[in-house]
Design a protein around this ligand. Structure first.
Ligand SMILES: *Cc1c(COP(=O)(O)O)cnc(C)c1O
Length: 464
């Protein structure tokens, strides 16, 4: 067992040490993968080391390296070694993190680490509460169920929910899972800066009220996935307050930036949320899976998720001994708090602050670099470490259609080369390249090399 375990640790450490020299993109097709792996479940055993070697050689090598310094797309997963080992420990001991009686220390560490986060985000430390989830999607779902329960009780036939056209798709998914009809969802167009349009929101709420509907919840975003934009949180909180709406903030992407001075300013107003999603497996550098929902009043979760089946009656415990199965969807839960606890204890919050500040500044330096060039156009400025831009050589005077094709081509060539993961997104109908720079391993050299690679492919296309 030890030998087996040590060879896994060796593999993880070797990968961590050499990942910068590998290619971040994996491009295998279904048929290639089938050829490699498709087989019937074996009746007979195999040698453990052989199975492991096969996996190390063929499975681990056929996945994108999301912690690679040139993995710029979606939201990268920088992770950290201490947390990876903490996850291994939690799995190795197979700790049940559902109820207090099963593992008091696991519940306590969840309380302690949630308290750290409540304090970081300016939530009421005693009354507030939360839960760790599989990710941001599950945290948003948990938030919207809670909002509905607290605001509407059992009858939500007239309930209406508001979100912007830049809100993350997981919110719409959650709304659909919860059985809302299409007529109960208002997607409010964003303004020129991709922010919630206050005027359009106010109009929509007023109209719905006149029609006898029940506006009950608003989902704002603190750091949109597309552009890093933060909605006008303070203004939105005022509207929610005066209209009696639940104020949910989806900070899955950008929330962690509160640890940096240059992020905290942008996130002003985040402390006014009724519920807040943050995603430690993104910019808090935790490995997958770890999301988090914070709420202003811990009782809201309890009143939404508590069920008392007869087989759990002996383990209920007292009020202060939280059973996290009463705070969310899962009964059996892995011990997610451990990795957060161990990594924050080991590195200190200061290291997190430093890394996040570095990330935000690097996106700003990237913007400055692009603005100085006659080949590049910045489409959305560096915000919370996200920047969108396109190849648009001034002297070529290209039209919109040509620019779309050109930038799509550049992205496909870059990904095809496997040198960098850099895909497109669409902003205001334009195809643009998007960089999300939350990896502290990424340096300006990595950025410059990637921009140069893009310029090469751009010139190649123009000359063809
Ligand atoms: C990533 C993200 C989500 C979804 O989180 P998962 O952890 O991928 O489930 C939700 N909202 C925003 C703003 C995100 O960036």
């Amino acid at each position: 067992m030890k030998e087996y375990g040590y060879s896994i640790v060796d593999a993880v450490v070797d990968h961590t040490a050499t990942q910068n020299d590998k290619k971040p993109v994996a491009l295998a097709s279904r048929s290639e993968m089938d050829r490699m792996f498709l087989e019937e479940a074996p009746e007979k055993p195999s040698d453990a080391q052989e199975v492991l070697d096969f996996v190390l050689q063929n499975v681990m090598t056929q996945s994108a390296i999301v912690s690679h310094p040139k993995s710029f797309s979606f939201v990268p997963g920088p992770s950290n070694y201490v947390s990876a080992m903490a996850d291994t420990l939690a799995t190795g001991f197979n700790i049940f993190s559902g109820g207090w009686a099963a593992s008091p220390a696991a519940a306590e560490l969840e309380i302690v680490t949630l308290n750290w986060l409540l304090k970081i985000f300016g939530f009421p430390p005693k009354k507030g509460g939360g839960i760790f989830t599989s990710g941001g999607s599950m945290a948003n779902l948990t938030a919207i169920v809670t909002a509905r329960r607290i605001k509407c009780g059992d009858d939500f036939s007239k309930a209406v929910i508001y979100l912007s056209d830049q809100a993350h798709s997981s919110n719409i998914k959650a709304i659909r899972i919860l059985g809302f009809r299409k007529e109960q969802i208002r997607i409010i167009p964003t303004d020129i800066e991709f922010k919630f349009s206050i005027n359009k929101l106010k109009n929509a709420i007023a109209k719905d009220k006149l029609e006898g509907l029940q506006p009950f919840c608003m989902v704002a975003t603190a750091g949109t996935t597309n552009t890093g934009t933060v909605d006008p949180l303070t203004e939105l909180s005022k509207i929610c307050k005066s209209e009696g709406l639940w104020f949910h903030i989806d900070g899955a992407y950008g929330g962690a930036a509160i640890l940096a001075k240059n992020g905290k300013q942008l996130l002003k107003g985040i402390e006014k949320a009724d519920s807040l999603t943050v995603d430690p497996h993104k910019w808090f550098f935790q490995p997958y899976e770890m999301g988090c929902l914070l709420v202003r009043n811990s009782k809201w979760l309890k009143n939404t998720f508590t069920e008392k089946p007869e087989y759990l009656r002996d383990v209920e415990g007292n009020e202060s001994e939280i059973n996290f199965y009463d705070h969310g969807v899962q009964l059996t839960r892995r011990f997610r708090a451990l990795k957060f606890y161990m990594s924050v204890k080991t590195f200190g919050l200061k290291a997190f602050r430093k890394a996040i500040t570095y990330n935000i500044e690097m996106a700003e330096r990237t913007e400055a670099l692009l603005r100085k060039s006659a080949y590049w156009e910045v489409i959305s400025p560096a915000t919370l470490a996200v920047i969108n831009f396109r190849y648009n050589p001034i002297k070529e005077k290209l039209g919109e259609k040509e620019l779309d094709k050109l930038n799509q081509y550049i992205s496909e060539k870059v990904v095809g080369s496997r040198e960098a993961l850099l895909v497109t997104t669409v902003l205001n109908g334009q195809i643009v390249l998007r960089m999300c720079l939350i990896n502290p391993r990424t340096t300006m050299e990595h950025v410059k090399e990637t921009i140069d690679l893009c310029e090469g492919f751009g010139a190649e296309k123009l000359n063809s």
